[in-house]
Design a protein around this ligand. Structure first.
Ligand code: 26Q
Length: 830
């Protein structure tokens, strides 16, 4: 037969070509001549996937065979990015595949371009989860990522007349070659219904008689959760971990019942209802809406994951060993319903007493908080929770009762008790998920040093007073495999030559670059890499977006979700000011540092202000483009649909990284780390991980500006008046007046009136207060950029000193401080 199954022997281009053709012919059923580019990509992906499977089997048998502890990472989002190149890198097959395809007259790079990235996340939180599972696999840590297989990921953004329009992200339209469905392993998940006294016979409990605290939940309806496995290859190891995403399917029983009643249409409607649960990723980041379907999604994936975890960790072993076999990490509050679900399993299903169950649960869970914005803290109305998950609400009430009783016992006053209650009473009775997570976890961590400190001092202050040892910090990180090795091959080659190849798994080795920062030859090589990356970006944006950009300019890049607290508006005001000054003759165009300002940002579809700001950016871009005075000097590029794939091309081309949130609002940021590691200098506030970046790279190699968090807090307390900043700074006044005049909206002064009036009267994130400091910092950027040697030296030092921001280091911190799960290298069984 044509099938090549010996994946043990090191593949050669010819054996790999055979595997590729085998997939194309026998699995896809198309000939070489009639194959579409997608067919060829799918065949290639499947040929590569074959080489992950042996390692995956070995990993599973090693991990399940021993009594190792494993990490269950619970996250509603995984923003994976493309898989093919990462899988080739991990298996070491990149060159073999390239040669094999060359021999067939095909191009690896062209086929790679066919891949539609799985955008199963909104932004930072989802991308963090993807970096973490990469590091866990690379470090041989037994770990499973659990999440949702959304049929539609984050929307595709287009611009119509400069305004954002969303389109469905039909990423599965042509199937995904990376997933392995297991319909036979579906888990049933219940919803609704009521609770009652458990039957005396112990019916419905696994361990016989019901325990003393047990209740019986009789769900009103159920759905099936079908697991889809994604292989997560470690780099430079045999280890291949699992990402298990759940897809909703209507249960047979559910359908049969209605079919038998003869109502065919109702049956089909029921099916659609059930399958809606994993239909689409909610595109809000940071302003949860309290939608019923969102809660269904959360419970759906959590219930399936817990059932799966317990089976995997314990088999029919002793439940008391749970905290020694598995540690759950809650990625923000989205999976926090896992805490009452674990209690339900232990108390109702397995008959444990409440106290014992609570002890086991608390010892097994940990919670990561990713925000500081009060409006981003998830709450669920008691009304909704009680309807959808009646037993869980009872459990939450009891957790809260006992917690509040313990507070009172230890002398807490009623004010404190009310403040700390898991149940909020006003404006409506609702469950505070962050509080539930904190009470039900062993450790609570923030995602950067400043953020963790602010959690202790403000958001969770009462809890940190009560349980100081519960709180810790784990600064975020990014995977150097994707964001340096794959995204920046030029820099990678230079690093390999200079410090050896070990940096890919041990990013601290980049320190070895410091000595070369003074070497003119090395600096030239470094500058050449940056220039080539700019050229690559310019070529891409020409074909992808029809943009015509110079390569010989300062690339000033701000890419992240559009949110007022991130202050894209501050960047806009800078550009408008430059334009205004040239127009008015105050600034000679010849004195403007040639600059391309790149924006990339999606706005939540219902976030009006964010969408207006997108329209303004596009309007300013068009106005500047139409003005010959600034040709070749200043340009805005706003490619639509910023995603992981575009980030991989944009970040390596950047000179300047914009990290300009109001201090105290950005929990960490991770883009900031990606830029520094790719040799961009940061202009930034003392917010999130910027603080740590600056500490490490040195003040001389970082453009700091703006208020500190305490200063911003104090200004707010004193009664912030944006109008006074407007009145007192003529450049600021003129820039805002220009926007208000309709100069960017064909003379229509109403187009951006909501932005202007918000800035002048509210300006919640104090854009105007930091405007002058930002402009001054930009002047320092221009002065520094005028000295290419000094600039390059700083850029090199940014790379050399940013090894700390590897997600491998983050994972090591989680292991040491929170998880205590040793690495278990996969043993070969072959
Ligand atoms: C919740 C409920 C309902 C609908 C949507 C949501 C939701 C979805 C996504 C709420 C928040 C998010 C995403 C948050 C996020 O990405 N936070 C970022 O996390 C990064 C990783 O820690 C940090 O670097 C960023 O600072 C933080 O903003």
């Amino acid at each position: 037969m044509g099938r090549v199954t010996d994946t043990h022997a090191a593949p050669t281009p010819s054996s790999f070509a055979e595997e590729f053709l085998d997939e194309l012919h026998f699995e896809l059923g198309v000939s070489r001549e009639t194959a579409s580019p997608t067919d060829l990509y799918v065949a290639l992906a499947r040929a590569v996937r074959r080489h992950l499977v042996e390692g995956w089997f070995d990993t599973l048998s090693t991990q399940l065979g021993g009594d190792s502890k494993f990490v269950a990472y619970l996250s509603a989002e995984y923003l994976l990015g493309r898989q093919l190149e990462n899988a080739l890198l991990a298996t070491g097959l990149t060159e073999v595949a390239r040669d094999a395809l060359d021999g067939l007259g095909l191009s690896l790079d062209e086929l790679s371009e066919q891949e539609v990235e799985p955008g199963l996340g909104n932004g930072g939180l989802g991308r963090l989860a993807a970096c973490f599972i990469d590091s866990l696999a690379t470090m041989d840590v037994p770990a499973v990522g659990y999440g949702i297989r959304y049929e539609y990921g984050i929307f595709r953004q287009t611009f119509v007349d400069g305004r954002q329009v969303e389109q469905a992200d039909d990423w599965l339209a042509l199937g995904s070659p990376w997933e392995i469905p297991h319909p036979e392993m579906a888990v049933t998940v219940g919803f609704g219904g009521h609770t009652e006294e458990p039957a005396g016979t112990g019916e419905g409990t696994a361990d016989g008689a019901p325990g003393p605290d047990a209740r019986q939940w009789v769900p009103g309806w159920t759905v099936e959760a079908v697991p889809y496995n994604y292989l997560v290859p470690g780099y430079g190891t045999r280890n291949v971990n699992t990402l298990r995403l759940w897809s909703a399917r209507a249960t047979k029983a559910f359908n049969l019942e209605i079919f038998n009643s003869g109502d065919y249409e109702a049956a089909v409607r029921g099916q659609t209802y059930a399958e809606n649960i994993s239909k689409v990723l909610y595109p809000e980041d940071s302003t949860p809406q309290g939608k019923e379907l969102r809660l269904q999604q959360q419970y759906f994936f959590v219930a399936a994951s817990l059932a799966d975890t317990i089976a995997r960790a314990l088999g029919d072993g002793d439940l008391h060993a749970l905290p020694d076999r598995v540690v759950f990490q809650l990625n923000d509050t989205h999976p926090v319903i896992a805490i009452p679900e674990m209690m339900r399993l232990l108390v109702d299903v397995h008959g444990l007493g409440w106290d014992e169950a609570w002890d086991l649960t608390r010892r097994s869970f940990n919670y990561t908080c990713h925000t500081l914005l009060p409006e981003a803290l998830e709450i669920w109305s008691v009304d909704l929770l009680g309807r959808l998950l009646p037993r869980h609400l009872e459990i939450i009430y009891r957790i809260n009762e006992e917690f509040l009783a313990s507070l009172r016992d230890s002398g807490g006053n009623e004010l404190q008790v009310r403040r700390m209650s898991i149940i909020q009473e006003q404006p409506e009775r609702a469950v505070r998920m962050a509080y539930l997570a904190t009470v039900g976890s062993t450790k609570v961590n923030g995602v950067a040093a400043l953020h963790s400190q602010l959690l202790r001092d403000a958001v969770l202050h009462d809890f940190s007073d009560l349980w100081p040892e519960k709180f810790t910090n784990v600064t975020n990180g990014i995977t150097p495999r994707r964001f340096v090795r794959l995204a920046n091959p030029g820099l990678s080659a230079l690093l390999d030559e200079t410090v050896g190849t070990g940096w890919v798994k041990d990013l601290d080795q980049l320190r070895g670059l410091e000595a070369h920062a003074e070497d003119p030859e090395f600096r030239r090589g470094f500058r050449d890499v940056k220039a080539a990356n700019k050229q690559r970006l310019v070529d891409l944006l020409a074909t992808r977006d029809g943009l015509h950009l110079p390569t010989d300019a300062l690339y000033d890049v701000m890419v992240k979700r559009l949110h007022e607290y991130k202050r894209q508006m501050l960047k806009v005001l800078h550009v408008v000011t430059l334009y205004d000054q040239v127009r008015s003759g105050a600034l000679d165009p010849a004195d403007v540092t040639p600059r391309v300002v790149v924006f990339g940002a999606k706005a939540a579809p219902g976030y009006r202000m964010a969408k207006d700001i997108i329209a303004l950016v596009n309007a300013v871009a068009a106005t500047i483009d139409a003005d010959p005075a600034l040709a070749g000097r200043l340009q805005i590029a706003f490619p639509a649909n910023y995603n992981v794939t575009l980030a991989e091309k944009l970040i390596p081309a950047a000179d300047l990284s914009e990290q300009i949130s109001l201090a105290g609002k950005e929990a960490s940021g991770t883009g900031n780390m990606k830029f520094a590691l790719n040799g961009a200098l940061t202009i930034g506030t003392l917010d999130g991980a910027n603080v740590e970046i600056r500490d490490l790279v040195g003040d001389d190699n970082f453009f700091l500006f703006g208020m500190t968090e305490p200063e911003a807090e104090a200004l707010g307390q004193a009664g912030y008046d944006p109008g006074s900043f407007y009145e007192q700074d003529p450049a600021l006044k003129s820039a805002i007046d220009l926007i208000a005049s309709g100069a960017f909206s064909h003379g229509d002064p109403t187009a951006f009136e909501s932005i202007v009036s918000d800035l002048l009267w509210k300006d919640r994130f104090m854009v105007l207060a930091d405007y002058r400091a930002y402009l001054d910092a930009q002047s320092r950027v221009e002065a520094a950029y005028a000295d290419p040697d000094a600039w390059t030296r700083s850029a090199i030092l940014n790379v050399a000193r940013s090894g700390f921001f590897s997600s491998d280091r983050s994972i090591r911190d989680y292991l040491d401080r929170i998880w205590h799960a040793p690495a278990v290298p996969a043993r070969s069984n072959g």
